[in-house]
Design a protein around this ligand. Structure first.
Ligand code: PLP
Length: 382
């Protein structure tokens, strides 16, 4: 299969499988056990946390291992809501969030009487900063939760400006960042960003599924969601998987090391994709417009003459994997909420295909993809 859906999940590479298998054999004891092998497992987790903290530029005790970003996001948001900090029962967010955030906020609205204020997106899918400023100036909040890199459009939100506005109007307000699409796509320095919480899903950078991170700065208080044996400073009970945690550290190290090189390759591939679409004289539009700040991995492309669902199905038959919107909304027939917010004329949001690239995609694969798109358009375009 030709794979252009690396935003949904990055496929596990051979060296990672080998590393994980080796770890499963050698590092499989309960890290809470107090005999030598258990202590070794605990030390391995501690070393993994140190390595991850070094790469993400934070402290090891600011890292909480979770099952994935959905759990991290739930823990961050509900953890703040349940914490003993004084409450305004109001949360500020944007219209560009993943369902892990929107559904959590909906739950708080319906079950805990929270008021959720939502900043609109501009035509590029970035948060409306004027509106954010008005909200921060006029209301008090428990939390500001915001996506960093939009998983549908690839747009980068201006975190520095958002942090500056928070500092200007509500210095005590914690910010939670959905950083799922940041890792491996942008340089990340958690200590410098000025945020308090950040969520990650590590399968997005090529670990096995089932592991995520929650960054929580030392001076931020959250209430745990999962109670039990008191692991991870009682912030997330449950026996850790030392082999998986070690694999996470391995993949994060590798991703950080090759970030600049990978970024350059993917930039070239993304430019090559549009140059080939131009050369094939295909009618398309790059969303968001080219002057927006986007990551080159995520290419949201509008084909005015064909619905994206039809194109996806035709490509699927040819064994090419692309997507429409985010992976979890693909199977639902409802319109993608983020694309709907762009307010494109007609129903053009239904014509947007997400082609997401990794550094191991090749020009030959892109040539083939463009040929297949061209054939599909010739046959089915309206
Ligand atoms: N946030 C963003 C931006 C995502 O892209 C995803 C996954 O697609 C998630 C959160 C949820 O991640 P997971 O399903 O791995 O928990």
């Amino acid at each position: 299969m030709q794979y252009f859906d690396h935003t949904a999940t990055k496929l596990i590479e051979k060296d990672v499988i080998e590393f994980y298998l080796k770890q499963l054999k050698a590092n499989n004891y309960n890290p809470a056990a107090i005999y030598a092998s258990g202590l070794e497992a605990a030390e391995s987790i501690s070393n993994s946390a140190k390595s991850i903290a070094k790469n993400l530029e934070c402290e090891p005790d600011e890292i909480i291992f979770t099952s994935g970003a959905t759990e991290s996001i739930n823990t961050a948001i509900k953890g703040i809501v349940l914490s003993p900090n004084p409450k305004t029962k109001r949360i500020l967010t944007s219209a560009g969030e993943h369902s892990a955030t929107t559904e959590t906020l909906k739950f708080l609205e319906q079950k805990m009487d929270y008021q959720i204020d939502v900043c609109d997106l501009d035509a590029n899918g970035q948060i409306n900063l004027d509106q954010l400023e008005r909200y921060l100036k006029n209301e008090k909040y428990d939390l500001l939760t915001i996506i960093h890199v939009n998983n549908v459009l690839g747009t980068i939100n201006p975190i520095e400006k958002i942090v500056a506005l928070r500092n200007q109007y509500q210095k005590e307000l914690p910010i939670h960042l959905d950083s799922v699409q940041t890792l491996g796509k942008l340089e990340l320095n958690l200590s410098k960003l000025g945020i308090e919480l950040a969520s990650f899903s590590l399968h997005k950078i090529g670990t096995p599924k089932g592991i995520g991170l929650l960054y929580k700065s030392r001076n931020t208080r959250i209430e745990p969601l999962i109670h039990g044996g008191g692991q991870q400073n009682s912030l997330r009970s449950g026996t850790e998987n030392p082999a998986l945690v070690a694999t996470a550290a391995y993949v994060i190290e590798k991703t950080t090391k090759f970030l600049t090189e990978d970024l350059a390759k993917i930039n070239k591939l993304s430019n090559y994709l549009t140059s080939q679409l131009d050369q094939a004289k295909i009618n398309y539009q790059y969303i968001p417009s080219n002057d927006a700040e986007v990551v080159p991995h995520i290419n949201a492309i509008l084909f005015p003459n064909l619905r994206a669902e039809t194109l996806l199905n035709v490509l699927n038959i040819k064994d090419i994997a692309v997507s429409i919107g985010s992976a979890c909304s693909n199977k639902k027939s409802k319109q993608n909420e983020i694309l709907k917010k762009l307010q494109l004329p007609g129903q053009m949001d239904k014509h947007i295909l997400r082609i997401s690239l990794a550094s191991n995609n090749t020009k030959e694969e892109i040539n083939d993809l463009v040929t297949k798109i061209s054939e599909a358009l010739a046959k089915y375009a309206v």
